[in-house]
Design a protein around this ligand. Sequence first.
Ligand SMILES: Cc1cc2nc3c(=O)[nH]c(=O)nc-3n(C[C@H](O)[C@H](O)[C@H](O)COP(=O)(O)OP(=O)(O)OC[C@H]3O[C@@H](n4cnc5c(N)ncnc54)[C@H](O)[C@@H]3O)c2cc1C
Length: 374
Amino acid sequence: MTFPFDALTACRAELEEEATVNDAQAAFPTGGLDRLRQLGVLAAPLPQTLGGRGFGTEPHGAASLLHMLRLVGQGSLALGRVVEGHVNAIRLIALYGTPEQLAHVGAEVHEGALYGLWVTDDVTPLRMEQTPRGITLHGGKAFASGARQVTRALVTARAGQDGTGRDTTRMLLVALGKDRAIHNASGGLTGMRGAGTGQCDFTGMTVLPAGLVGQAGDYLRQPEFSAGAWRGMAVALGGIERLTALLRSQLAARDRAGSPAQQARIGLALIAGETALLWTRRAALVASSQDRFDSGDISGTVNLARLAVERAGLEVIELVERGLGLSAFVRDNVVERIIRDLSTYLRQPAPDETLCEAAAWFTRRNLPQPDVHA
Ligand SMILES: Cc1cc2nc3c(=O)[nH]c(=O)nc-3n(C[C@H](O)[C@H](O)[C@H](O)COP(=O)(O)OP(=O)(O)OC[C@H]3O[C@@H](n4cnc5c(N)ncnc54)[C@H](O)[C@@H]3O)c2cc1C
């Protein structure tokens, strides 16, 4: 049976409605997440041998994963962020974990588990220490999506120094019960309020050695470290496309779509959206062809794509605000919330470094050419 893309397409309005209703209270979209779970979105990233579809864990699944994340993003960027984190965690466990760990993930996901990938450190970075009782944790994570909903988080922790005196990083799977110590994101985010973002303090927790995933340094290993960003772009792409659709429909509804200046805005927004799609597709293709491309080519391409999608999003936000005027700032216009969500979502780590690294890599090399017919 193929993935029910039509049903996912049909439920976008439902996801958008819940995101709007929940925005003021920054409530988590539990109804939308249940709906996605029923449609098989959370099981889709599992390998086919574990009852999934290999979206994100098998090379053939990249195009379908892009489509799935894009559709979720069109309905709700916050849910897209949560699903993206779940996919990212499963992908890393599939890459670096043991077959037993992955089989366990499969069993849990079929029972409804939600995974998260929490790497952004809180003021006190997460550290681990091996003791006779197991691995004890100290410190915490910030901006953790689904902080109260994720049932098992894949976290990075500093694990002492290597032979050269540098801190090493390990990945750990941590089961999260009702006793988890969560604080809401400091001050409250203005956008992406439905992503359930919070600070999680792990101090005092003990994890069994079986929770260690991969080896020291795996998380930062290229090209995977940079390449994974394409999945976030696919979600952002959905938000960009939704805003463009709203620009078109609201201008038409107000009988303002016919003026040449507004037509130009519609055209420019469509171009920006298509640019974001083409870059995201290229990044996904290159990232899923690791046997064909040099690691630097993969991370450089995905890094450029990240910046291209960010630029496209910022451009569409400006076009929508200019085109719709003050109505884009009125709270009961869904555009107002989606702009806040997209602006927040586009803040990804270290954009300057991302651009400069990619530019340096491609100064003496050409961009790799993926097989667009694959
Ligand atoms: C809704 C939401 C959900 C999130 N969910 C998760 C999650 O589940 N798990 C998780 O791990 N993280 C999560 N994050 C955090 C996210 O992955 C990024 O860490 C965060 O968005 C980075 O944004 P930033 O603007 O602070 O980045 P920064 O890297 O701080 O960039 C801000 C600016 O500073 C510049 N800059 C960066 N470093 C330097 C430097 N050393 N010197 C000078 N300039 C510098 C950058 O180029 C940029 O211009 C989430 C974030 C959001 C908004």
